[in-house]
Design a protein around this ligand. Structure first.
Ligand code: FUB
Length: 334
């Protein structure tokens, strides 16, 4: 199906990049990644070793074409509400404008999701003065449906703070507690990602975000102990033959999995695993159609010799059957 010589190698090597959100705008592929930086931060299970400060947008004219770095698109110093940790971003197009979405910690150390706007897909982007009201946690992914309705999917456990919002308010807890120990345990229902429909302005939520449950083959929600299938972070939504597919990372078990639904707002039923673990702790991806073929953009830590917070983005072709089943990728095998 594919010539792997153009796939599965870092798209750029002059900077570290991660968490690629790929989109097709104006007939080109644009990739919105995190920009990983060398740092002395402690790996405390809370993600403090990910101290990113800006974003660069990458682009390719075609599959296999050289990947361009379009330079800095947004820096934290130009985001009035943010204090640190510019994590996995995404972008969308609507109403003749490009929208860039990104998580960062606010001045109180709480992850929020911000929006910025630009006239071109590669930016630069101008940040809104405040974060999106009602937003929290990390990893925004915005899906614009064929009817023009747009939805933001977001949320990540542990360093991403998702489990700290179960009451609807942020509960800080003891910074020394075991990551995730304040989330569901054992047979309790695992947390799902959040979804919020966006207003027409693409800068605000239409209503309060709601949690998406991921159901097993018997229609029961996945439980916290089901760590090979539970939701951890990195949601992505793609549509294939009128069905909606939510894909995500299982975090500490390092898989990319996906679930299917008839509606962008769920419920979703677990369907399978789409990629085996990569080098490095994190796994984060996006799925995009380009010229009738499907591609998986993802990262690993191979370029830094396995250092988790120093990653590189790459891509490979995806095989999707008529019923939406994705042929599982082993990132290091043909
Ligand atoms: O890049 C920082 C965090 O690592 C992302 O937000 C997560 O999805 C994980 O890839």
């Amino acid at each position: 199906m594919q010539n792997n010589s153009k796939f599965r190698t870092p798209l750029v090597t002059h900077i570290y990049t991660a968490d690629p959100s790929a989109h097709v705008f104006n007939g080109k592929i644009y990739i919105y990644p995190s920009h990983d930086l060398e740092n002395e931060g402690l790996d405390d299970g809370e993600g403090d070793h990910f101290q990113m400060q800006d974003y660069h947008v990458l682009s390719m004219d075609d599959i296999g074409a050289p990947c361009m770095d379009n330079g800095e698109a947004l820096h934290i110093k130009d985001v009035p509400w943010a204090s640190k940790q510019m994590w996995a971003p995404d972008a969308a197009y609507k109403n003749g404008k490009y929208y860039f979405y990104f998580p960062a910690k606010d001045k109180d150390g709480i992850f929020r999701i911000g929006a910025a706007t630009g006239d071109k897909p590669e930016g630069p982007f101008k940040a809104e003065p405040d974060y999106i009201k009602g937003s929290f946690s990390i990893d925004p992914a915005v899906f614009v449906d064929d009817d023009g309705k747009a939805y933001m999917y977001f949320g990540g456990l542990w360093g991403g703070q998702l489990e700290k919002w179960q009451t609807g308010e942020f509960t800080g807890g003891d910074p020394k507690m075991v990551p995730g120990s304040d989330g569901p345990q054992g047979n309790e229902t695992a947390l799902g990602p959040m979804v919020a429909e966006m207003n027409e302005d693409m800068l605000s939520f239409k209503s309060n975000p709601k949690e998406l449950k991921i159901l097993d083959e018997n229609g029961k929600p996945l439980i916290a102990d089901d760590k090979n299938r539970w939701y951890f972070e990195g949601p992505w939504l793609h549509k294939f033959k009128n069905k909606y597919y939510l894909s995500y990372s299982t975090g500490p078990t390092h898989y990319l999995c996906y679930a299917e639904s008839d509606s962008p707002q769920g419920p979703f039923t677990y369907k399978g695993r789409l990629m085996e673990p990569v080098i490095g702790w994190t796994t984060h991806h996006s799925i995009v159609e380009f010229k009738g073929k499907w591609y998986l953009f993802y990262h690993d830590s191979s370029m830094s010799g396995g250092k988790t917070p120093l990653r590189c983005v790459m891509y490979t072709e995806l095989e999707i059957s008529d019923d939406g089943t994705i042929t599982k990728i082993n990132p290091y095998e043909e």
